[in-house]
Write a new protein. Structure first.
Length: 360
């Protein structure tokens, strides 16, 4: 028997989800699997011919195409052989040298900031791996023998292609020995369970849909330990685009040295809207013990009654980050639908790009 809530969510999805953001979210794990297979098939022969003594990896990208670089950065901070930096902008950082491998990512292949930085890298004899579904960036691979393309399937919103993009980025770093751990088959099975268990259409009265209902009328804040910062930042961006909602973010322990005053809870100092925040606290089992204590103190002194802790499950930081991505993607879609928004609609971004295209 179909419940009233289920009927309502199905009705909203049918009316609003015009580009099938729900379908793309359901395919997250299969996208991860496909990316690994593509790298193993297309890139290994080329990797065997190039020098692998990299000093570091510089990831070029913007928006959803840059998110994977943030994930790689924290993973390499935890267990990597060299640093990974994510760079957003038109120009290469001044300190960059050709002993840093460049990974240039643009799902569309036409992101002007990434194109500009990648062109500079080509002119400075960089070794570049391009991850794209086409466009001008893919065409740059014909300009130099040191530029190689790893293609992605086209035709979907870039932020929904994170599984395609990140799996390729991760597999590359594993193959060249910068990261030792990949996504295990057991982890993929658990992640698939998370995709299904958090599905807002299959479970419209589940935790995700219920949480979205409780977040509709309040400003949103997201906090967590610094190693979960890539998932926190990606969640903010998903809320911005899928839900058309602002979200402010912070990370422990840094937020304890400044933001704690605005939250208040002790003494008279407090932001006037602190009590109205819908607060999401992200956590995982690998947090530093002192960070756990800091978060416990914050929870006990937090002024808002609208606070939820969301725990990233998994046997590694990588799995926990991906698990949180799945939960947050579903939540941002649910919130968008409840607000009457097509989760794929990004008209202000399209308008800006049209404006810029008219200027030399």
């Amino acid at each position: 028997m179909v419940s009233e809530m289920e009927e309502g969510m199905i009705r909203l999805a049918t009316a609003l989800d015009n580009q099938d953001m729900i379908g793309y979210t359901r395919s997250f794990v299969s996208d991860l699997k496909l990316g690994r297979e593509v790298v193993n098939r297309d890139l290994l022969p080329w990797l065997n011919e190039i020098d692998k003594g990299w000093t570091g990896v510089l990831c070029l990208g913007m928006g959803g195409s840059a998110a994977g670089g943030d994930f790689l950065s924290v993973l390499c901070d935890e267990r990597g052989a060299v640093p990974v930096r994510c760079h957003r902008g038109y120009d290469l950082p001044n300190w960059w040298t050709p002993d840093w491998l460049i990974m240039a990512t643009s799902y569309s292949g036409n992101t002007e900031e990434t194109l500009s930085a990648c062109q500079q890298a080509i002119e400075q004899d960089a070794t570049i791996i391009v991850i794209s579904s086409g466009g001008e960036l893919a065409g740059m691979c014909e300009l130099s023998e040191t530029v190689h393309l790893i293609s992605c399937p086209s035709g979907q919103p870039p932020r929904s292609a994170f599984g395609h993009i990140f799996s390729r980025q991760l597999a590359i770093l594993v193959e060249i020995g910068i990261l030792q751990s990949d996504i295990t088959d057991d982890a993929l099975a658990r992640l698939q369970n998370a995709v299904e268990d958090n599905d807002i259409i299959t479970y419209p009265e589940g935790d995700v849909a219920s949480l979205a209902l409780n977040m509709m009328e309040n400003p949103i804040a997201i906090l967590g330990p610094k190693e979960l910062a890539p998932a926190i930042n990606r969640f903010k961006n998903q809320l911005n685009e899928n839900s058309a909602r602002f979200a402010r973010i912070g990370a422990f322990p840094e937020m304890n040295h400044n933001e704690s005053v605005a939250w208040g809870g002790v003494g008279e100092d407090q932001d006037p809207f602190a009590e109205e925040q819908a607060l999401l606290l992200l956590s995982w089992d690998g947090m530093h013990p002192r960070v756990v204590q800091r978060m416990d103190w914050f929870v006990s002194n937090c002024p808002t009654d609208l606070a939820w802790k969301i725990h990233g499950d998994g046997e590694s930081l990588l799995e926990c980050l991906l698990h949180l991505c799945i939960m947050m993607d579903w939540l941002s879609i649910a919130l968008g639908l409840l607000h009457g928004k097509d989760p794929s609609s990004i008209e202000p971004i399209i308008s800006l790009k049209e404006f810029l295209s008219q200027i030399d």
